[in-house]
Design a protein around this ligand. Structure first.
Ligand code: AMP
Ligand code: MG
Length: 406
């Protein structure tokens, strides 16, 4: 059976992506980390008025002389005041952020002025630029400007910007995701260890990856290796469907792999078996009449990680209107060799290190798809294309986990 190339599988997924979940208006702090559903326009101009960049004196540049002129201080303008006009021949004591009074066109730092009793002697005109130390109204944004686009992740910076333009609530796209861990061998966290059993690591891993990308409404389920029970549980799920299902295990070719078969009974299998290492049994389909997106990831934990980052998250980003769906890879030199070309595109768990002013990728010595300690050691994934060997010093595409998860 032929394996689908990774890029082709991703294109196929992206082509089926539709907006998922619902749009909820949330107060700024709650919206943090979510995905913006609609563009945000500035309700006010920022800053709303020309204002002083320093603590000092506001005046008319034309009133400056040769450094011996003394002007009366006729106005005092702290931040938060709305001052009247500055009379010609007068000076205003002004503080950082305070509106520059009408008439004044220049602000001097207080350190450059000599103060008397209710007077100020400013420096000579030839050392002062007209308009200096004034931050113009609208320097950041103008009323009506779109300051945040739909599909943007709501970082602390984006939340701060929204606040600055007078917005108090943001439309956020919220998805409900069901995470399924399948396998008779799985124990929940905290259960006593037992012969033949392992702890379920994919459940917490998948839920954690989703939360890290701002998908906080995650429900976790366990499924036994039993066709009838799997079918039943999928039916129960379809009675109150989430927006997406992310499952692990049970999609390989063993007799105890029931999840893909149940998907075919209760929906449509779109495709499976990719030319990806780790992650060959990757499965995508739709459940029920409503076509609920279903991702069946392999059971091996590192395959879950690789498939989520390279296929599921790009799909989710497309559904949310985020661009790009994948970061641009860095090109970093391999500090290792790959001597045998392989039929699958391989994602190696690597670290990026600096040596002699040059960046290098170091590979974890154990790339078993069953282990996660190498994924914790690693800082990202290096890509070895199909049918390729790698020599030391050859540049490879490298995706830092931090970039993938941003
Ligand atoms: P499967 O895809 O069901 O054949 O599982 C492949 C391998 O992944 C087996 O060694 C399973 O024990 C392991 N595995 C499956 N599910 C999990 C899980 N949730 N946590 C940890 N390992 C798992
Ligand atoms: Mg299994």
């Amino acid at each position: 059976m032929t394996l689908i190339p990774v890029d082709q599988a991703r294109e196929r997924l992206l082509a089926t992506a539709r907006p998922l979940g619902r749009v909820v208006r949330e107060p700024l702090e709650q919206a943090l980390g979510g995905w913006l559903a609609e563009p945000v326009a500035a309700r006010v101009t920022v800053p709303p008025h020309d204002n002083s960049a320093v603590d000092g004196i506001a005046l008319r540049w034309a009133d400056l002389g040769d450094g011996t002129v003394t002007l009366p201080i006729t106005l005092r303008v702290p931040a938060g005041d709305a001052p009247g006009e500055l009379a010609p021949g007068g000076a205003a004591r002004i503080f950082t952020g305070a509106p520059v009074p009408a008439g004044a066109d220049t602000v001097l730092m207080q350190e450059d002025c000599v103060f008397g009793d209710g007077t100020v002697t400013p420096p000579a005109a030839d050392g002062v630029r007209a308009g200096q130390n004034i931050r113009p109204a609208g320097q950041d944004s103008r009323q009506g400007d779109v300051v945040l686009e739909a599909g943007e992740r709501l970082t602390p910076m984006a939340i701060g910007l929204a606040a600055s333009v007078g917005v108090a609530e943001l439309p956020v796209r919220r998805l409900r995701v069901t995470v399924i861990s399948s396998g008779d061998e799985l124990l929940p966290p905290g259960a006593p260890a037992a012969p033949g059993k392992i702890y379920n690591s994919n459940g917490p891993l998948m839920a954690g990856l989703l939360r890290q990308s701002g998908f906080s409404q995650v429900t976790s389920l366990w499924l036994p290796d039993d066709r009838a029970r799997t079918r039943e549980q999928l039916d129960a799920l379809l009675a109150d469907p989430p927006d997406l299902v992310l499952a692990s295990g049970g999609v390989s070719v063993g007799e105890e792999d029931h999840l893909r078969a149940a998907l075919e009974e209760r929906g449509d299998l779109d495709f499976w078996r990719l030319a990806i290492k780790p992650g060959k049994p990757f499965t995508f389909g739709r459940l029920g009449d409503a076509g609920l997106p279903f991702f069946g990831l392999p059971g091996n934990p590192s395959a879950v990680l690789v498939c989520y980052l390279t296929l599921v998250l790009p799909y989710l980003r497309r559904c949310l209107g985020a661009a790009p769906v994948l970061p641009v890879p860095q090109r970093v030199l391999a500090d290792f060799t790959v001597t045998r070309p392989g039929p699958r595109q391989e994602y190696l768990r690597v670290r990026r290190v600096e040596r002699d002013g040059q960046a290098w990728l170091q590979r974890h010595p154990n790339q078993s798809s069953g282990m996660l300690s190498s994924a914790v050691w690693a800082e990202g994934l290096a890509v070895v294309p199909v049918d390729r060997t790698v020599a030391v010093g050859e540049p490879l595409d490298y995706y830092a986990f931090a970039d993938l998860l941003a």
